[in-house]
Design a protein around this ligand. Structure first.
Ligand code: FES
Length: 190
């Protein structure tokens, strides 16, 4: 009887110890699997963070400006946002240059917003600096606002012929993106 009890006790201890060891093993195995899984998850995350070829291709936009007559503008797309490319008339250039820069909410001259030798080409993001609507004025017959540039109908911001904010709630001029003329008729934006 006593021997049976001891045997049973030993057996229980043995089994208990065995269970603990098995649990340890299972936990170690689970941690290892998590470690491997963690790495496996990390790799796609890192590879997602690197720009894909599509994104790199989209990071610049090439625009042929040869067909844009003075007084006309086109809307292009740059990094999924609208860009206005506008060929200013001499009168629009004159109007922009006639404004004392210091009187502006966001003081900038037309020369600062265009490239030397290409002062007639006004290239700006087509995104209102108030809350991000797309202003009117680039399309044929669209309302250009009180200052002859662009008009944002969302809350009534008026931009002048240098796309500078002149009236309404927008705090800043339309943003001029990075760009360069790669030829007299081709602009690379970005
Ligand atoms: S978003 Fe243009 S005026 Fe508000």
């Amino acid at each position: 009887m006593a021997e049976t009890t001891i045997d049973t006790h030993d057996t229980v201890e043995g089994e208990g110890g065995g269970e603990v060891r098995r649990r340890d093993f299972l936990e170690i195995a689970a941690v290892s699997a998590a470690g491997v899984g963690g790495l496996a998850v990390l790799y796609p995350l890192i590879s997602q963070m690197a720009p894909s070829k599509d994104v790199l291709a989209e990071s610049t936009t090439e625009v042929d400006v040869s067909a844009i007559e003075p007084g006309q503008a086109i809307k292009a797309v740059f990094r999924k946002q609208p860009v206005f490319v506008r060929n200013l008339t001499p009168a629009e250039i004159e109007a922009a240059n006639a404004v004392p820069t210091g009187s502006l909410r966001d003081p900038q001259s037309l020369a600062e917003r265009t490239k030397e030798g290409y002062e007639n080409w006004l290239i700006t993001m087509g995104v209102c600096t108030h809350l991000g609507c797309v202003p009117l004025g680039a399309g044929e017959g669209e309302n250009k606002g009180e200052f002859g540039g662009y008009f944002c109908p969302c809350h009534g911001s008026h931009y002048d012929t240098a796309a500078r904010i002149r009236k309404g709630p927008a705090p800043l001029n339309l943003e001029v993106p990075e760009y360069e003329f790669t030829s007299d008729t081709t602009v690379q934006i970005g």
